[in-house]
Design a protein around this ligand. Structure first.
Ligand SMILES: C[S@@+](CC[C@H](N)C(=O)[O-])C[C@H]1O[C@@H](n2cnc3c(N)ncnc32)[C@H](O)[C@@H]1O
Length: 212
């Protein structure tokens, strides 16, 4: 595997020196998309938030700022991502607002029906099977909880499809694939479908919102 391919493969599970470089870039590189996505979150006052596939942890910190009464539980299966997310959120961790744990979304070590909000930014492409992983998200959310997925790819754009070819295990899902897996997992009711980029599950309702 060439160096470029090795490097872009770090998006799936950052490891070693290349993984550290990748994670350092992710916080800044995804900030605009993440902030845009967060701006679509409905009027919520979540107590507990699960930030899944948290990478370098910037979004966990932003969620803690956006919802000052919340506790944010950031999860990632990469040791390198967890270390960076802990470093990035050290003050929030000290204050008891954010915690970062190593874990796989397909088998979350989190209690059932406990979280008010779950978020997934630029990560579901790598999850090992949407049905199983969305089932885990549905399990940890309290009834009526909110799941927001923010993807840059709509499953059809050329740039992402190029990455899909060279990143092992990456899958750029189309909105209909995501919707079908969400419904299988128990999320219901389509509220809007005007766009292919952002997907938001609000109080058990499923919506697609416009990209920037
Ligand atoms: C492209 S990065 C995105 C990171 C962050 N959400 C962001 O927007 O900057 C994808 C992250 O998802 C994590 N990830 C992928 N599959 C995962 C899984 N099954 N369980 C937990 N984390 C996972 C990777 O380790 C990586 O840190």
């Amino acid at each position: 595997m060439g160096l470029y391919r090795k490097f872009v493969n770090q998006t799936r599970k950052p490891e070693g020196v290349l993984g550290k470089v990748m994670v350092n870039g992710m916080n800044g590189g995804h900030a605009k998309l993440a902030d845009w996505g967060m701006s679509y979150l409905p009027d919520l006052s979540p107590d507990k938030i699960a930030e899944l596939g948290c990478g370098g942890g910037r979004n966990a910190g932003e969620l803690a700022l956006k919802y000052p009464r919340s506790q944010v539980f950031a999860i990632d299966y990469s040791e390198v991502s967890v270390a960076k997310a802990k470093e990035y959120n050290s003050k929030m961790i000290e204050a008891g607002r954010v915690s970062v744990q190593q874990g796989d979304v397909s088998n979350l070590k989190l209690s059932s029906e406990t979280y008010d909000l779950a978020t997934a930014f630029e990560t579901i492409y790598f999850w090992p099977g949407l049905d199983k992983c969305f089932g885990e998200v549905a399990r940890i959310l309290r009834p009526g909880g909110t799941f927001m997925i923010v993807n840059e790819s709509d499953g059809k754009d050329e740039a992402s499809l190029k990455y899909e070819k060279i990143i092992d295990g990456m899958k750029c899902y189309k909105s209909e694939d995501i919707k079908s897996a969400l419904i299988t997992a128990g999320f219901t009711e389509l509220i809007d479908m005007c766009c292919d980029y952002l997907l938001c599950i609000e109080n058990g309702k499923l919506g697609y919102m416009k990209r920037l």
